[in-house]
Design a protein around this ligand. Structure first.
Ligand SMILES: Nc1ncnc2c1ncn2[C@@H]1O[C@H](COP(=O)(O)OP(=O)(O)OP(=O)(O)O)[C@@H](O)[C@H]1O
Ligand SMILES: [Mg+2]
Length: 508
């Protein structure tokens, strides 16, 4: 007899419905899986065989063929265990139920209990999109699955419980909605801005960056507070909207980084990978493409400390996702696209010894060494950076000043107000902040008053700015105007924006 059970495959971040067809026919006992299964799906046979036996059912000693359709879609991971087991139980007539409107997900352990499965959230989202009313998920993943409203979630602890439920021996297991706790990133060493002394212009630049989602690079001598300031940035960022939070949670769900007890990410991600990271670790990759750090910092911050140490090659791969805000990874079996809309924050010393250009301490590097060091960060990469600030040495008087600066909370309130203006501005579009504007939107929304226009014209000519720089200055000007709740961009907004232009410190 033939049985059909539905489940989901995750391709990139999107789910796709997969039909599991199980056919049992007389013949020598065999168990074949067809339809482009990977090694983990092939191994499902062993888990399914043991799980069925250990759940009080019989594993049919006949010729079993399981087809995973559509065949062009490569199936990976252990989430197919449960649908395969249910398919076999249905086709061997040990169960009878109408499962055409149900999606099954879950990895089986040998004793028949269901384990946590990565990617439950995108799979349930797909079920919702395809108007499938019911999804059966492992009990541990019910909280994560319940984030998608409007789909009935049936939490199942084991295969035997599922069998009893289908046979009508127990009432349908129900998921009792409970408040889903937020996932708090561990080791987020955030310092409140109030405790960072001096560096007022850097704090202001960080405020502008946070308000408009602009990229920022900080350059200065060792110990001047670059790392400290960058880490304080996460205390300035506004919370994510529910839609954004779901997007980010999906990425973490697919990557297997979502704890089952706190399966919702509300806080903007802050990722700071070490500079020994590989290209694949940064942008994503692997035989089965997995999201890299740029996707894990989607809607949040990617902090690259000691920027030149990342090396030329690694930084160059960032160029395309910095513009497109997505990354497409192509493999022989197809390509997947992950979102990568992150805010890049970089910190660097001006030279290997760290004191090039410092007014108080002599730099010991030769000009050639400084040039080589700074060239590790290429011109096109620097041109993609919106805001560039120098973080100078901080003197004793400022450091020992007892007065506290402005609290992060106060700055965050201003940032949030500016973001609200931007949300209103971009309503009905896919954009969320000023940094994402393309030339079309810049033309539409970045109107500058006459004196501002002539200032920009003079700057363009005298500083030999690129076309990208022109748009960038207007975008930053828009953010600064938003922070002041000004409709039109004024000359002093643009003057500040021009100050932030990326520049090199090399004299050669
Ligand atoms: N503005 C500041 N206010 C208060 N403390 C500071 C400030 N700047 C630096 N410090 C102190 O100095 C320490 C080092 O700062 P930080 O790690 O941010 O330096 P850095 O600029 O990243 O240096 P490096 O270039 O060597 O990485 C901080 O942990 C803090 O104790
Ligand atoms: Mg540092």
């Amino acid at each position: 007899m033939l049985a059909k059970v539905r489940t989901c495959a995750v391709v990139g971040l999107e789910g796709a419905i997969v039909e599991v067809e199980a056919d049992i026919s007389p013949g020598l006992p065999s168990f074949t899986t067809v339809g482009l299964p990977d090694a983990a799906v092939q191994e499902a046979k062993e888990r399914v065989r043991a799980a069925i036996r250990n759940s009080g059912c019989t594993f049919p000693m006949k010729r079993i063929v399981v087809n995973l359709a559509p065949a062009y879609l490569k199936k990976a991971g252990p989430a197919y265990d449960l649908p395969i087991a249910v398919g076999i139980l249905l086709s061997s007539e040990q169960l009878s139920a109408d499962v055409s409107q149900t999606i099954f997900l879950g990895e089986l352990s040998l004793d028949g209990s269901l384990r946590h499965t990565n990617g439950s959230l995108p799979m349930v989202a797909l079920a919702h999109h395809e108007k499938m009313p019911t999804v059966i998920v492992p009990e541990v993943d019910a909280k994560e699955a319940s984030l998608i409203e409007g789909t009935k979630i049936i939490p199942i602890a084991s295969l035997s419980q599922l069998v009893s439920y289908f046979r009508g021996e127990i009432p349908p297991p129900e998921y009792k909605p409970e408040p889903v706790e937020e996932y708090i990133q561990p080791n987020l060493l955030t310092t409140d801005m109030a405790y960072i002394k001096g560096q007022e212009h850097v704090k202001r630049a960080l405020e502008v960056a946070a308000a408009g989602g602009h990229n920022i690079i900080m350059m200065g001598p060792p110990g001047s507070g670059k790392t400290l300031l960058a880490r304080s940035l996460s205390s300035l960022l506004p919370p994510m909207t529910t839609e954004e939070a779901l997007e980010v949670t999906k990425i973490y769900s697919v990557s297997g980084l979502l704890p089952t007890d706190t399966p919702f990410i509300r806080q903007r991600p802050f990722r700071s990978p070490h500079y020994t990271i590989s290209n694949a670790g940064l942008v994503g990759g692997g035989h089965w493409p997995k999201p890299g750090e740029i996707s894990l910092s989607h809607r949040g911050v990617l902090f690259l400390d000691e920027l030149p140490e990342f090396g030329h090659a690694v930084l160059e791969v960032l160029r395309q996702p910095l513009e497109d805000r997505v990354i497409t990874i192509s493999r022989a079996q197809g390509s997947v696209t992950f979102p990568a809309n992150f805010m890049l924050v970089g910190a660097m010393n001006p030279c290997p010894c760290g004191y090039y250009g410092d007014p108080f301490r002599q730099c010991t590097c030769s000009t050639g060494l400084v040039t080589r060091y700074q060239k590790r960060v290429s011109g096109p990469f620097i041109d993609r950076v919106d805001i560039f600030v120098e973080v100078p040495h901080i003197d004793y008087e400022k450091l020992t000043d007892d007065r506290l600066g402005e609290k992060s909370e106060t700055v965050q309130a201003r940032v949030e107000a500016a973001r609200t203006i931007q949300h209103k501005r971009f309503e009905g579009t896919k954009l969320t902040c000023n940094a994402e504007m393309t030339p079309t939107e810049v033309r539409e929304f970045c109107r500058a008053e006459e004196s501002a226009q002539s200032l920009l014209k003079a700057a363009m000519k005298q500083l030999y700015l690129s076309a990208r720089a022109f748009h960038r200055i207007l975008k930053i000007g828009r953010t600064i105007a938003d922070l002041e709740n000004a409709d039109i961009i004024k000359a002093h907004h643009l003057a500040e924006a021009i100050q932030y232009r990326p520049r090199r410190m090399i004299i050669s």
